[in-house]
Design a protein around this ligand. Structure first.
Ligand code: KG4
Ligand code: ZN
Length: 339
């Protein structure tokens, strides 16, 4: 089965073609980063308008890999939440129009479920499907979400804990903004952190003594703001790198300790990382270190599968379709909801 996936929940307009066994045939992403950069965050109205401009070209580009285009597609899957409603509507209306015109089955996909199953995507036709049995524990850390889940199967996903305030990516971006590093801050902080000393600035380790699997990053963000208020913005490359390294270490230590604790609590020795923050080199390295020590198998998908994309939506949609589910023209959007 070949599924056309469409994603427009935030600031990426994306379309992909994926087989139900996870093989990616096409994966097109039009990023709006440059559009939102001057504002230091996503502006919903601008996002919707850019989706409107980009959606048809992005879908056409994905379909171009099939000699007979849309006729070769068995079904359409589209993100219908959570996300910015005006942004979601663009993808959902495009998907509905195609499903109606070509009489194709249509399913809605929860964006978070897409992230949680993205580990099964494979881009090399010669590769075998991933040998990752369920259940597994997944850490989803992005700009909008930070939570731990147990994935029993594609339809049984349980949230184990989430952030009480900021998402991890949001904290990276806010600290990036505070230090005048540009948008989004995450990848820049990551790069600078590699050159800094993580013990240089004393910062609180969020939720350290709590037994719960919840996260909190706003206190850490405030601690960085107070440090800057007291000492001024770091004016040397080394001081900037040291502050980034200290902040990043606090975030990733919290993410890794809670993730390992979740695996132990659930007695599930498999951890999957997902979401844009999974690109962070400090997170990957520390997760590997702690997982090896605890006898947990760690799975980190390639970057293209971690950040927002439509291949994960097509794959998650395919799992609904093979169970015989479909929404067709009844599909509606939702802005926020747990899984
Ligand atoms: O999953 P994603 O592409 O979009 C959603 O938010 O859904 O994640 C984007 C987030 C941004 O906050 C970005 O700063 C963060 O992921 N990010 C990183 C890195 N790369 C992206 N954070 C830390 N280190 C990175 N290398
Ligand atoms: Zn996302």
């Amino acid at each position: 089965m070949i599924v056309l996936g469409i994603e427009s929940s935030c600031d990426e307009t994306a379309a992909a073609l994926v087989r139900d066994d996870g093989l990616v045939l096409a994966d097109v992403v039009a990023s709006q980063i440059k559009l939102h950069a001057p504002y230091g965050g996503v502006v919903p109205e601008l996002a919707s308008r850019a989706h409107l401009t980009n959606i048809v070209p992005v879908i056409e580009q994905a379909l171009a890999v099939l000699p007979r285009g849309l006729s070769e597609v068995d079904a359409i899957a589209v993100t219908n939440g959570p996300g910015l409603v005006g942004a979601l509507l663009v993808g959902v209306q495009a998907a509905k129009a195609m499903a109606w015109a070509k009489q194709k089955p249509l399913v809605g996909v929860n964006h978070l479920v897409g992230h949680l199953l993205a580990v099964y995507l494979r881009r090399d036709p010669a590769s075998q499907p991933l040998a990752l049995p369920m259940p597994y524990v997944a850490l989803l850390a992005s700009g909008g979400h930070t939570a731990l889940y147990q994935v029993d199967d594609a339809q049984r996903i349980q949230q184990l804990g989430c952030t009480r305030d900021d998402a991890a990516g949001e904290a990276f971006d806010k600290v990036g903004k505070l230090l005048g590093l540009g948008y989004p801050g995450g990848p820049i902080v990551d790069k600078l952190a590699a050159l800094g000393d993580p013990t240089a600035v004393r910062l609180p380790l969020p939720m350290r003594n709590k037994q719960s699997l919840e996260f909190s990053f706003s206190g850490l963000k405030t601690a960085v703001a107070q440090h800057v208020a007291k000492h001024g913005r770091p004016d040397s490359d080394q001081a900037r790198a040291d502050l980034c390294a200290s902040f990043q270490r606090a975030v990733v230590t919290s993410l890794v300790l809670k993730s390992v604790a979740a695996c132990k609590q659930q007695n599930v020795p498999r951890l999957v990382l997902g979401g844009g923050v999974a690109a962070n080199r400090g997170l990957r390295a520390l997760a590997q270190e702690h997982c090896t020590r605890a006898g947990i198998d760690l799975f980190v998908p390639p970057l293209a599968s971690c950040t927002d994309n439509a291949a994960m939506i097509a794959y998650a949609g395919a799992q609904r379709l093979v169970r015989g589910e479909r929404d067709d023209l009844d599909l509606t959007v939702f802005s926020s909801s747990p899984i």
